[in-house]
Design a protein around this ligand. Structure first.
Ligand SMILES: [Zn+2]
Length: 380
């Protein structure tokens, strides 16, 4: 059956009417369950409900209290979020879902785990031009890998989460995508993509060990960025085309993608949960439309199968997909469009939709979601 999950932060369930809202989402809309953030990046949320504070802000981190034994093999120790939800822990939300026979999934930001990158610059991604990220940990780093494997093991074993949605699963100096980054010419998406390629010590070492000419890769990247900054060059060129023209840089990135696949295997060997990827390194390298109006390839959630299956539009299209939709897609005039989008998604074999997120989802969106979901379930 075509599924509908609502993304939620734990504090979204703190308001007086949060459980009533959950009942309505189940009874009136027919949702399948909640996907709840357990480890998040920084968040500033203008909340729709009658709640205090109206604007919720955290610099991110873990949204539950960790148990030390899961992190004994890493120097990268988890950091709690600056604001923890007081009333609703992950387990309490799990119990509220279980009482209603709703599924619960845990969302983990793999690389953008709030204050960790800020605290541990030695484990963060670094651009070819030398600056460490304040927000992205490098998933090629052994300490970061052990931390993430431990985190997912803890969520599976101690919080009984059977499905983990991994978000931000890429190796990237993501500061390159900051809209406030100042430069001579506005950076195009290609130069931002190259600027985001990680050249931290771990990445350099691993690529060198794999036989990649890292000095040449670095030179490739610096030249592309410099040309883009001076002349705006790079418009209309695809990232994959560029990497093919610069084989050393292509090999460096290829080694990083292989490291991500190896890390996924480690996670799956250590934990018994199913792991879904929300976006991925590969969709980041090849973003674009997927053939459904209003749906972008980087807004996908896919199961971890092998690499080729993760790329929408690739030769082997994914067998199972969910679409990650913003809450605004269900509001006002856009709600009418939602019916055909859900229907088309169901027809194309999507498993369902995850809507982001409960804290900003107005009651006015319920009708649109209900109709779209009914239509998709009938037509699928
Ligand atoms: Zn790195």
């Amino acid at each position: 059956m075509f599924k509908l999950f609502i993304r939620a932060y734990p504090w979204d369930l703190e308001g007086a009417d949060a459980l009533t809202m959950l009942d309505r989402l189940q009874g009136e809309v027919g949702i399948s369950g909640l996907s709840v953030w357990t480890a998040a990046g920084s968040v500033t949320q203008l909340r729709v409900g009658d709640v205090d504070p109206k604007i919720y802000r955290t610099r991110g981190g873990l949204l539950f209290v960790p148990t030390a034994e899961y992190y004994s093999r890493t120097r990268c120790k988890p950091v709690l979020a600056t604001r923890l939800p007081v009333r609703y822990s992950i387990s309490a939300i799990g119990a509220a879902c279980a009482a209603r026979s709703l599924e619960i999934r845990g969302i983990v930001s793999a690389s953008r785990v709030g204050r960790l990158a800020d605290r541990y610059p030695e484990f963060s991604c670094r651009s070819v031009l030398g600056l460490e990220s304040r927000r992205s940990l490098c998933l090629s780093n052994g300490d970061v890998q052990s931390y993430l494997v431990g985190l997912i093991a803890e969520l599976t074993e101690r919080h009984a989460l059977r499905t983990i949605v991994l978000s931000d699963y890429f190796i990237a100096w993501s500061d390159a995508f900051d809209p406030h980054l100042e430069s001579t010419l506005p950076l195009n998406s290609l130069s931002r993509a190259v600027l985001s390629i990680c050249f931290c010590d771990s990445c350099r070492r691993a690529s060198t060990d794999a036989g990649v000419d890292v000095a040449q890769a670095e030179l490739n990247a610096k030249n592309i960025i410099q040309r883009a900054v001076e002349t705006g060059a790079g418009e209309g060129i695809s990232v994959s085309g560029l990497l093919a023209e610069n084989p050393a840089l292509g090999a460096h990135v290829g080694r990083q993608l292989a490291a991500l696949d190896t890390l996924l295997q480690q996670i799956r060997e250590r934990s018994t949960c199913s792991v879904l990827l929300s976006g991925s390194a590969l969709t980041q390298a090849a973003p674009g439309a997927c053939g459904i109006d209003g749906v972008r390839a980087d807004g996908f959630i896919t199961p971890c199968i092998d690499g080729s299956d993760r790329v929408p539009g690739s030769k082997n299209p994914p067998r199972h997909l969910e679409w990650l939709a913003p809450a605004g897609a269900a509001v006002g005039e856009r709600a009418a469009q939602l019916v055909s989008t859900f229907h088309e998604a169901a027809k194309q074999g999507f498993e369902g939709v995850e809507v982001d997120n409960l804290g900003v989802l107005p009651h006015a969106a319920f009708d649109g979601l209900r109709q779209a979901l009914r239509f998709a379930r009938r037509g699928a």
